[in-house]
Design a protein around this ligand. Structure first.
Ligand code: MG
Length: 348
């Protein structure tokens, strides 16, 4: 009798998909980095929650902490650059946790030998401008240089610190809750792909990279405790982020596809590249899960902000099927599979 192994053997090497923000990355984190997480009991939200950041109790409030490394290629892309991305990405993760007061960021840079100083200055100018826009300073940092060929250009890590009175967890959805997206989807990933492939596209396709702290403050002010889940749909896009929100809350999400805002240039690029905008990274968008009674008030508050003009209600949490997305195309319904990860590496 043939014996089959009880499980598929793990690949002994790390693949690019393990950094893709989807199922492969989550499995790697669970199998490697979560080992021993139970050794510590956290008063708040710790590593095991695999949220956008941690929330550590500090008296009657929470210290929100997050960290993010940025490896994007190319360093400069339509609508942004690695400097803006490194600030916005971290500010957005703080905001997604319910932060109401930004305290500071750290910045660690690793530079390849031979990198042009003028380019580094441009990146830093962009970081400063984005810090001003978000209203948060860089308070400490670290600089390392590696030999030529030992890394590709520049890697930036930022960590962020903020305070919250109430943590918005990413497992808070219940059946009936509405899902708001704060604007058009797929712009960042498609703009970077188009730049990398030197696609000539009609219209101006630009990354949406932006700090969302102020916009999220307006949503929190309008929705109060009715804001029950938030996530920025970065790698793997809206599809990946909604799968995560659904799985953690033990609900399904019915996605109203015709309601999903997609810019014309992004739609054109997605058709050319054969990639669904729902699967592509955003860097200036949030998914906000709200109780139905506050949905219209939160939507109106988000739309009143310049970064939220195209916001829309794109879905509803449903009791079944748990952990899955049901896409209502307007012509019928089908399951939307969870992406393995971002279709392209080095997108953020
Ligand atoms: Mg995030």
């Amino acid at each position: 009798m043939t014996k089959f192994p009880s499980r598929v053997p793990k690949n002994p090497r790390i693949a690019l998909k393990h950094g893709g923000g989807g199922r492969a990355m989550r499995t790697l984190i669970e199998e490697v980095f979560l080992r021993g997480a139970e050794d510590f009991s956290i008063d708040g939200v710790g590593l095991a929650a695999m949220a956008d950041g941690a929330a550590l109790r500090l008296g009657d409030q929470y210290l929100i902490v997050t960290t993010d490394s940025h490896v994007i290629h190319p360093l400069f892309f339509p609508g942004g650059d690695i400097g803006r991305l490194s600030i916005a990405g971290t500010v957005n993760d703080l905001a997604m946790m319910g932060a109401t007061k930004l305290l500071g960021l750290t910045c660690g840079v690793i530079i390849e030998e031979g990198f042009e100083r003028s380019v580094l200055e441009r990146v830093h100018d962009s970081m400063r401008a984005t810090c001003r826009e978000a209203g948060v300073p860089i308070v400490t940092g670290d600089t390392k240089v590696m030999g030529k060929g030992e890394l590709d250009g520049l890697v930036i890590n930022t960590a962020g610190f903020a305070l919250a009175q109430r943590v918005v967890r990413n497992d808070g959805l219940q059946a009936g809750d509405r899902i708001i997206v704060t604007g058009t989807v797929g712009d960042h990933g498609l703009a970077v792909m188009a730049a990398r492939n030197q696609l000539a596209l009609e219209g101006e396709l630009k990354s949406d990279v932006a700090p969302l702290f102020e916009l999220v403050q307006r949503a929190l002010a309008a929705g109060g405790d009715g804001v029950v889940a938030m996530k920025d749909p970065t790698r793997g896009g809206v599809a990946s982020a909604l799968h995560e929100l659904a799985a953690k809350a033990g609900v399904g999400v019915l996605v109203d596809e015709p309601a999903v805002p997609v810019s014309e240039p992004a739609r054109a690029a997605s058709e050319l590249l054969g990639i669904d905008p729902l699967h592509v990274a955003n860097e200036g968008k949030a998914l906000i899960g709200v109780r139905p009674g506050v949905a219209e008030a939160v939507l109106a508050a988000v739309r009143a902000h310049p970064l939220g003009r195209d916001a829309a209600i794109i879905g509803t949490a449903i009791a079944e099927p748990k952990g899955k997305l049901v896409l209502d195309t307007g012509f019928g319904r089908r399951l939307l599979a969870e992406p393995e990860g971002e279709p392209l590496p080095r997108i953020c």
